[in-house]
Design a protein around this ligand. Structure first.
Ligand code: SD4
Length: 336
């Protein structure tokens, strides 16, 4: 059943009525954005479309821009942009060729969110390269937001995705080397991630986002990170802006990072200020061991302004705007 049909049916059975009643009962002024200016100022349409992504992924942003220039919407752009990295076997943090968990299984997390606030996600998905596309199907073709594990895989196969072995020779070799010492704690390589989070604004000024990853290398079996968790790894509010995260997912989840960034923008902060504040929330926690891990955020607001910030050096954002596809080094917190 299509999502729209499900909602229609739900309202006939009374679910919609309950939602309607609760809306009637609420104080309308309280649900308005604190800073109305942020809501109403739209990006200079001459500078649209715009794409940003985590890390150095120019081929992915180029693909997304191609979709946007051809008149595609932001949702198509972020999906197709992310698919480039998923198919890239050299990228060992995403899709095919992703590094496995400690038992040798490649498990993928991904999500996607559109201009209406609809979202879909898959967690612990195995044997399907294009996790972001499965997430989109969850959003568009099921009444759910999130599917996990075997259920997600069966849904993907029944939707026409071909199952395949995602563990490449290179990733298998790296895993076998890791097994020699098999350190319990996954080591975060703070300089060379390629988990991809992407945000786009199309010619109409509408925003969408997506995120896809194989998660931490050599994680425990069953581990799920921030990337498929709406509000943590990704959040889009088409009236305000969007944010996507990368790095140690556990720390992002604990602060609901991407939702936090969007809410800070709603209160009037620029994307840069909002990313900095969200990183501050992590590093200023009592007993934070932030020296041992990386987190990075990128964000865009409705005006088309962008920002990025991380805990440590070497996080970067790829940005494609005004015909320029460039890698921009992020400012960072830990300068000691
Ligand atoms: C996770 N946030 O699974 C992901 C990993 C990541 O670049 O972003 N790596 O925790």
């Amino acid at each position: 059943m299509k999502r729209r049909e499900f909602i229609k049916n739900a309202s006939l059975t009374g679910v919609g009525l309950a939602v309607g009643n609760s809306l009637v009962g609420c104080d309308e002024t309280k649900s308005k954005p604190i800073n109305e200016a942020n809501k109403t100022v739209i990006a200079d349409s001459k500078r649209l479309p715009l794409v940003i992504a985590t890390w150095h992924v120019k081929e992915a942003t180029a693909k997304a821009m191609e979709v946007l220039q051809a008149g595609g919407n932001a949702l198509d752009a972020v999906e197709q942009g992310c698919m480039v990295e998923e198919a890239n076997e050299k990228g060992q943090s995403v899709g095919k060729g992703g590094l496995p968990d400690r038992d040798g299984n490649v498990t993928l997390d991904a999500c996607i969110m559109d201009k209406h606030g609809n979202c879909g996600s898959v967690v612990y998905l195995q044997n399907i390269t294009h996790a972001v596309s499965v997430a989109r199907k969850v959003m568009e073709e099921t009444p759910h937001v999130m599917l996990a594990g075997e259920g997600a895989k069966q849904f993907a196969i029944s939707s026409g995705f071909e199952p395949e072995d995602l563990l490449t020779e290179a990733s298998k070799e790296a895993w076998e080397k890791w097994k020699v010492e098999a350190k319990y704690k996954p080591i975060i390589n703070i300089e060379n991630h390629d988990t991809i989070g992407m945000l786009a604004i199309d010619k109409n000024g509408d925003i969408s986002g997506a995120c896809t990853t194989s998660g931490l290398a050599y994680k425990m079996g069953g581990r799920v990170g921030d990337s498929p968790i709406i509000g943590s790894g990704l959040f889009v509010d088409n009236e305000i802006g969007a944010c996507v995260a990368t790095g140690l997912g556990e720390e992002v989840v604990k602060t609901v990072g991407s939702f936090l960034v969007v809410e800070l923008m709603r209160q009037g902060k620029s994307p840069q200020e909002a990313c900095e504040e969200a990183i501050n929330r992590i590093v200023t926690k009592p007993n934070s061991n932030f020296k041992d891990f990386q987190v990075g955020y990128i964000a865009v607001n409705k005006k088309g302004e962008t920002g990025s910030y991380s805990i440590h050096q070497w996080f970067s954002m790829t940005k494609f705007q005004d015909g320029v596809n460039e890698q921009i080094q992020s400012d960072y917190y830990n300068k000691s």
